[in-house]
Write a protein that binds this ligand. Structure first.
Ligand SMILES: C[S@@+](CC[C@H](N)C(=O)[O-])C[C@H]1O[C@@H](n2cnc3c(N)ncnc32)[C@H](O)[C@@H]1O
Length: 209
């Protein structure tokens, strides 16, 4: 099943950035830039981006942590990572890692921030729970996890496009996640705050312990 999902994302990687531009009005990466601005990190910090996909967020993070910092983009799809690598290989402080986010190959307390954008609702089975446990484990004490997720679009055409995608991945669970992720996060973090974004189509949730 996991292999089937990887293949699905491998195929999707060829159109992914264009799909995002249509759905999130994010052709210039403005939404990822907005997310990056909210992440409390600075020079020399280490940041992990889970389910990094084509890695649009990574250069913004790389700029914040500078040459002494490190950004790791983790994903389990080779197709996505190939596009990610093409976009980011010129940045020496960005590393790309093939990994299932349910099992992170890092020591406890390794990162100054962990991010995950437009991916949590797509995780299947126990993976959501496992990813959050792993996130808490690899974060340094008191440091933040920032998640960006879709708000359900008002435009009916865009909403139908999103539903078609959700149907291909188990619609009911994905929709439930989008509606209730704050409650899910509160099981793992003592502080959980929701922020609106510039497009009004996505939300950011900031969490820490
Ligand atoms: C919708 S894309 C989001 C990409 C990116 N974060 C963004 O904001 O554009 C979802 C990503 O999650 C990855 N993914 C899904 N399940 C995963 C898992 N269990 N482990 C690692 N990556 C996973 C997929 O390969 C895909 O690249």
């Amino acid at each position: 099943m996991r292999n089937f999902r990887r293949k699905y994302y491998d195929a999707f990687s060829k159109y992914y950035d264009r799909f995002v531009a249509l759905h999130s009005r994010d052709a210039q990466g403005g939404l990822r830039k907005f997310l990056s601005a909210k992440i409390p990190v600075g020079t020399g910090d280490f940041v992990l981006d889970l389910c990094t996909g084509t890695g649009t967020l990574l250069p913004y993070l790389g700029e914040k942590v500078g040459e002494n910092g490190l950004i790791v983009g983790a994903d389990f799809s080779w197709g996505m990572l190939e596009v990610c690598n093409m976009k980011n290989r010129k940045f020496p402080n960005i590393q790309i890692l093939e990994s299932d986010v349910a099992y992170l190959p890092f020591k406890d307390n390794s990162f100054d921030a962990v991010t995950c954008s437009h991916a949590f609702y797509e995780l299947k089975g126990k993976t959501q729970e496992q990813m959050l446990q792993e996130t808490v484990r690899v974060l340094k004490p008191g440091k933040s996890f920032l998640m960006m997720e879709h708000d359900l679009p008002e435009n009916p055409v865009i909403r139908i496009l999103l539903y078609i995608r959700l149907l291909s991945m188990g619609a009911r669970r994905a929709l439930n996640t989008l509606k209730h992720e704050k409650e899910t996060l509160e099981k793992h973090f003592t502080f959980v705050e929701k922020l609106e974004t510039t497009t009004g189509r996505s939300k950011i949730i900031v969490c820490h312990n």
